[in-house]
Design a protein around this ligand. Structure first.
Ligand code: NAI
Ligand code: MG
Length: 360
């Protein structure tokens, strides 16, 4: 059977980096079922052409015909435009992609600062303060009070906790499958629960207990250590000693903040991959946006997109082919000969992709 992957390049450099990921997937040959790429429309340009940022046909094909998907990047305008809403946010909702998974792994690039980061941040994607229930009132003295509701449910916390433990297990297997000189995490698989339940004992307390119950309810995760870190000291320790973290799981807002912060540890936005994952579907997506400042010049770094494809494969169970892709990427970075301008090099998107393909 073929691996049916919906390809949604959307806008800007998404159109340049997604084809690079496709070339890499195609080069894996018989290591994975033959990939079949189904091009799909979405984005700001599509909205301006046909009035829909996320056409129904795209959702239908993803749901009915695809096993997974890859998303490029979208150019969302910063002012409000009638009828427009971000297709990536809508896709997460339509496909119930409740987890945002971001591995942050640093490979030393000659002549550049370097941190021993090799961790995965698993962010809850559906609740917390992002349910956007906000109100504002005026007091009798004219001063104002704004309130936001923060929702934490045991259901959403348990499913994100389960995802974190599954990822920790899989990373353990991946480390055994590949001899990786850049696997800075040397210990047993570990999940760090990020919260602030010393202050928010009810909401963060429920998050913490729900995640803990996942490990405590089974022996499946006996090989995975469980620790906790308050969110503020999490930030501090992540920058002081990133090598002490393996998998970190957090409610939506904390996860948003620590994952962007962690991306600063690897040197360029153009290196950080992600997947949006649910129980039935997974979508790879580079963390960066459409980068209008470099669009159309063939200089966008394709690595975030290529690593997103690897992440997609490993979440579908193709661990060794995924490790192969990452090893090829690591080798090209460590060699330092083929780097795009965001990393101080002079190579094009195509040069870097070719160099990775050669290593494969
Ligand atoms: P951005 O991520 O597009 O760019 C920030 C900076 O990083 C730019 O200087 C850009 O050239 C550079 N950069 C990003 N990716 C790169 C790559 N692969 N190689 C080399 N350099 C890279 O963020 P910005 O400028 O804030 O937003 C631009 C547009 O992207 C906006 O319309 C925004 O709404 C959208 N956006 C979309 C996201 C998505 O599709 N999930 C995420 C973030 C922003
Ligand atoms: Mg963010």
């Amino acid at each position: 059977t073929a691996l049916k992957i919906g390809m949604i390049p959307a806008d800007g450099i998404g159109k340049e980096v997604l084809p690079a990921a496709q070339r890499v997937l195609e080069a894996l040959g018989s290591a994975i079922p033959k990939p079949e790429f189904i091009p799909l429309l979405a984005g700001w340009e599509e909205f301006n052409k046909n009035g829909k940022a996320l056409p129904e046909e795209t959702i239908r094909v993803l749901k009915e015909e695809c096993d997974s998907a890859m998303f490029g990047s979208v150019s969302s305008p910063s002012h409000k435009v009638a009828g427009y809403s971000s297709p990536i946010v809508a896709l997460r909702k339509h496909l119930d992609l409740y987890a945002n998974v971001r591995p942050v792994k640093a490979v030393p690039i000659p002549g550049q600062p370097f941190f021993k980061a090799d961790m995965v941040i698993v962010r809850e994607n559906t609740e917390c303060l992002y349910i956007k229930k906000e109100t504002i009132e005026t007091n009798s003295d004219g001063s104002k009070i704004a309130l936001a509701t923060r929702q934490i449910t045991s259901r959403a916390s348990e499913r994100i906790g389960k995802m974190a433990f599954e990822i920790a297990l899989r990373r353990g297997q991946e480390r055994q499958a590949a001899t990786d000189p850049h696997a800075w995490w040397k210990g047993e698989p570990k999940v760090t629960i990020v919260h602030k339940s010393n202050v928010l004992s009810v909401t963060d307390g429920l998050f913490r207990e729900s995640v803990r119950s996942i490990k405590e309810g089974t022996d499946k995760y006996d090989g995975v250590k469980m620790e906790e870190q308050l969110v503020d000291s999490m930030v501090y320790r992540m920058f002081r000693e990133p090598e002490i973290f393996d998998v970190a799981v957090a409610p939506n807002l904390y996860g948003d903040i620590i994952s962007d912060g962690a991306a600063a540890l690897v040197g360029s936005l153009g290196l950080v991959p992600s997947i949006n994952a649910g129980d039935d579907f997974v979508m790879g997506e580079p963390v960066h946006g459409s980068a209008p400042d470099i669009e159309g010049k063939n200089i966008a770094n394709p690595i975030a997109s290529i690593r997103s494809a690897a992440l997609l494969l490993s979440s579908l169970g193709y661990i060794e082919p995924a490790a192969k892709i990452n090893a090829a990427v690591d080798a090209v970075l460590a060699e330092g000969k083929y780097l795009t301008p965001d990393l101080g090099g002079k190579s094009s998107t195509t040069d870097v992709t070719d160099a990775i393909l050669k290593r494969l």
